[in-house]
Design a protein around this ligand. Structure first.
Ligand code: SF4
Ligand code: SF4
Length: 490
């Protein structure tokens, strides 16, 4: 088992030791191909999503995914979230968190190894480095070589590409917050808002620094997630593991193997070729046991499988395995089938909570009305006694039309016997139990309403304002309010 200092992936060096650059070697294999796939999907989603169009009619933007801060709306394909519905966004964030717990309890740090933006962009930068500087050995040689025209040219080319990627990354982000084609035109012609340039600058700088320079240090020293994950992993979670009972004692070359055999020690499968270390993007040696520095990218599995195939030994000396299965396998038993690792009380509970939140949100989204009403009673004065003895209260009524089309609605009094209402633009002669209001598309209409009721009655009487859309859908909503009269004797 690894020494405590190894568990953070820094060996026996001080935490403040100078960083030793990592030059991961190119590798091909099933997990590398999976990483390519995840990288292609995540980057495509990130860069292309703002450019997808979604027709919402003439009164709403046609960008499929848009965080409209000025208009205080969040559009996602056919869903439009208003500020008062922010709990849907909260629900999505909670689902993402629980989903991460679920993935971690099944497959360890799969998020870190495949989908985390730091991993994806570091991977992109390392590939650029490989294309320009060559593979691991060429990079090491170039780093040690004295400065000359060739090295300067390679460094300038590499950093120019790094900066271009960083700018594209920062640039893509701002398109989520405004109409992408319009903002792109304004941005390149220098007419975009100052905040757009500042945002791109900050994001480009962080991408360049985190992906181009800091890389694995972000995972090892800065990110809190590995520490949180340590609490979520258990002996039944899949992690990348070196099967030391099979690999040890290591032998490098036939001479050492023969010596070990002569000593009756036997020879493990590990030939100490260091390929697993050479391909590791964080530069750690998985043979030292589970480490915070291991992002579970499984590239060492690809590397070791190639070595095992070459020397005619079974693959899987380094493999995805649970600590429980490792103990069983080390004792000569047969590990549990994969479905038993995936389906266990902990993962079932995570999934049940995750699915329940998702279903509740879908149910709420499917059943929500696209019209809403609120009413605020004016307090100064609370009531007015009219010349005929009736009492008048006044209210500010707001009707929210969440459809991307104008709607006419009817606002009616519910309760408060004998009362009638009229708007500030009307007259008492026009007073009735209900009044109509036109509400523009995707907006809130405000109406000042006077309500007059007989002077005899309770000092405080509850009633409701009801709103009903005057269209085929006839959606309704209501809000409770209160009518106030003078106390008896006043
Ligand atoms: S790649 Fe496999 S054989 Fe080579 S050092 Fe690593 S564990 Fe040993
Ligand atoms: S030890 Fe293996 S799984 Fe862990 S980060 Fe290195 S290559 Fe990836």
């Amino acid at each position: 088992m690894a020494a405590p200092e190894d568990l953070i992936g820094v060996g026996k060096k001080s935490l403040y030791a100078k960083r030793e650059p990592v030059y991961p070697q190119k590798i091909d294999g099933r997990f590398r191909r999976l990483k390519w796939l995840v990288m292609a999907v995540t980057l495509t989603i990130y860069y292309l999503t703002p450019w997808l169009r979604w027709d919402r009619g003439p009164y709403a933007p046609d960008q499929a995914v848009l965080i409209d801060l000025a208009g205080r709306r969040f559009y996602m394909f056919g869903i439009e979230i208003w500020p008062h519905e922010f709990y849907y966004v909260t629900g999505l964030l909670v689902m993402a968190g629980i989903g991460l717990f679920l993935v971690t309890s099944v497959a360890g740090r799969a998020w870190c190894g495949y989908a985390c933006p730091q991993t994806v962009w570091t991977d992109v930068y390392q590939h650029v480095e490989r294309w320009i500087d060559g593979d691991r050995n060429a990079q090491i040689r170039l780093a040690k070589a004295p400065w000359g025209p060739a090295k300067v040219a390679k460094r300038m080319t590499k950093h120019a590409v790094f900066i271009a990627i960083a700018l594209a990354t920062g640039g893509a982000w701002i398109f989520y917050f405004a109409d992408a084609p319009t903002l792109f035109r304004d941005f390149v012609t220098g007419q975009a808002a100052y905040v757009a340039y500042a945002t791109v600058g900050v994001l480009a700088a962080t991408t360049y620094i985190l992906g181009g320079f800091m890389r694995e240090q972000v995972c090892i020293y800065m990110c809190p997630w590995p520490r949180i994950q340590s609490a979520m992993l258990d002996e039944k979670s899949l992690i990348v593991t070196y099967k030391q009972w099979r690999g040890e004692p290591r032998s490098r070359g036939t001479k050492k193997a023969a010596t070990l055999e002569d000593l009756g020690l036997g020879v493990g499968d590990c030939i100490d070729c260091n390929q697993c270390v050479a391909v590791c993007p964080t530069g750690i040696d998985i043979r030292n046991g589970p480490q915070v520095g291991c992002i579970t990218c499984a590239l060492c599995i690809d590397a070791c499988d190639k070595v095992m195939t070459r020397i005619g030994r079974p693959r899987g000396l380094i493999d995805y395995a649970t600590l429980d299965d490792c103990a069983i396998e080390a004792a000569g038993g047969t590990p549990k089938p994969l479905w038993k690792t995936v389906l266990r009380p902990r993962t079932i509970i995570y999934f049940a909570v995750w699915a329940s939140i998702g279903l509740a949100m879908l149910f709420a989204l499917g059943g929500r009305t696209r019209i809403d009403i609120s009413a605020q009673q004016d307090r100064n004065p609370i009531y007015v006694r009219l010349s005929d003895g009736e009492i008048r209260n006044s209210y500010t009524v707001k009707v929210r039309n969440m459809e991307a089309r104008p709607r006419q609605v009817e606002i009616a009094l519910d309760g408060l016997a004998g009362a009638k209402a009229w708007s500030i633009d009307g007259s008492r002669e026009s007073a009735a139990r209900s009044t109509k209001l036109d509400v523009p598309a995707d907006s809130v209409a405000k109406l000042k309403l006077f309500v007059a009721a007989p002077g005899s009655g309770a000092a405080k009487e509850d009633f409701s304002f009801k709103v009903r859309s005057l269209d085929d859908e006839a959606e309704t909503a209501s809000v409770e309010s209160r009518f106030e009269r003078p106390e008896a004797g006043q």
